[in-house]
Design a protein around this ligand. Structure first.
Ligand code: IMP
Length: 196
């Protein structure tokens, strides 16, 4: 598919915006003509993530933003799924416990205390809403393991404890480019751009 002239990254999370900007330029090419915009630079919007799937939440965000600003909007809903916790925190990754990222990582490490199976995956579902057109969805995953302790200062969220498959560094120890070549968001964007 061809990207529109302007594309709003429909998120309040500046880290996600920076990642998408890099991923899109890297995948589509650095001579990309599309102007990539961080939604809060144009308008303000708070959305309750009331969906029961990543897709429902991504659709909620893309539709609400595109209705408000009448521009093509790309939203994502994402989460970390841990095998031995039956996929938790999953959809609730951002709000599994109150507080900052350190508190969420603490919750995760406590729940995995003494557990040998540390398999996990990040999942991202993207929703692209171009005004007047049907919404388009895509999904990407990144498999890995949960480290026994936090390591590294880059990235956001659970990055300090997530070691992607084939590496022995956490996402937070990897540089920005390396994470964003293999992340769940990169995979989801590759799948989106492949669509007709
Ligand atoms: P939401 O998509 O805004 O509901 O938030 C997803 C949550 O999943 C984030 O707040 C993070 O806690 C976690 N998450 C999603 N993607 C990443 C990532 O690339 N690195 C670390 N944590 C992530």
């Amino acid at each position: 598919m061809n990207l529109p002239e302007k594309l709003v990254i429909a998120t309040g999370n500046y880290n996600k915006y920076r990642e998408f900007e890099y991923i899109i330029k890297k995948i589509v090419g650095h001579d990309i003509k599309t102007k990539i915009i961080f939604a809060p630079e144009i308008s303000k919007l708070t959305i309750d993530e009331t969906g029961s799937t990543y897709a429902e939440n991504a659709i909620l965000k893309a539709e609400a933003w595109s209705k408000k600003i009448n521009l093509p909007c790309l939203a994502d809903d994402s989460g970390l799924e841990v095998e031995i916790l039956n996929g938790a925190p999953g959809l609730y990754s951002a709000r599994i416990v109150e507080g900052d990222d350190d508190k969420k990582i603490k919750w995760l490490l406590e729940n995995l205390n003494n557990k040998n199976n540390r398999n996990a995956k990040f999942v991202a579902v993207l929703a692209l809403k171009i005004p007047g057109e049907k919404i388009i969805l895509s999904e990407g995953t990144c498999k890995g393991k949960i480290n026994k302790y936090p390591a590294g200062n880059n990235g956001f969220g659970y990055d300090p404890v997530f070691i992607p498959e084939g590496f022995n560094l956490t996402f937070a120890q990897m540089d920005f480019k390396s994470k964003n070549l293999i992340s769940h968001r990169a995979e989801a964007f590759k799948n989106l751009i492949k669509l007709p």
